[in-house]
Ligand binder design. Sequence first.
Ligand SMILES: [Zn+2]
Ligand SMILES: [Zn+2]
Ligand SMILES: [Zn+2]
Ligand SMILES: [Zn+2]
Length: 233
Amino acid sequence: MTSMSRFTSYGICALCGKRTTKAAMTRHLGSCLTEHEPSGGKAARLFRLRIEDAFSPIFWMDVEIKASATLEDLDDFLRQKWLECCGHLSAFYIEGDAYMVSRGIMEPGGPFDDPNEHSMKAELGEVLSKGSHFRHVYDFGTSTELKLRVVDEREGRLGREPLRLLSLNEAPVWECEVCGEDADWICTFCMYERGNPFYCELHAEDHDCEESEMLLPVVNSPRMGMCGYGGPE
Ligand SMILES: [Zn+2]
Ligand SMILES: [Zn+2]
Ligand SMILES: [Zn+2]
Ligand SMILES: [Zn+2]
């Protein structure tokens, strides 16, 4: 996707509503998250993660997650927020090791057991620490790849949930290829064939390339235009 919208990378703090740039959000959260700490629950070891599209980093978010949460908890959240279309497989890649949702045939010691492949039942605290960089891939056919980084670590309260959203990028605005108005649709054929695959409601109706049923809605997610993705839920 080469077409750039008239968008600079701003996001909204999920805790206080402040709008700021991607770089400034990291600094802002440093103070904001302790000011907006849930009161219930015991203090625990917490990681702050910056998560972004590996190739289009205009899609980004920050989350805070318990070190005792599992990679599966994080995978569930990423699917629900950004990725899930039809239940594809996914994996985390950390320091050369793959962490997959456990499948029956992958039993430890079994015929398909790979010593570098682990289960997503692993807790974050066992495999990550401040400064860790890692990756997540959803769908090994039409893949969506995310880049993750442990920005900070602290002792604090999160309540009962394993994680909380701290910030999210503002939805990018794309211009219709024909008229320049805000686009509502992306053509998944044109997205590989031409510079700007975006169309407004009117020009999506007129759009007639290979197969017009290949139009998908514009959504605020790295999975926009992939497989049958129509947005969260
Ligand atoms: Zn804030
Ligand atoms: Zn799919
Ligand atoms: Zn238009
Ligand atoms: Zn098209």
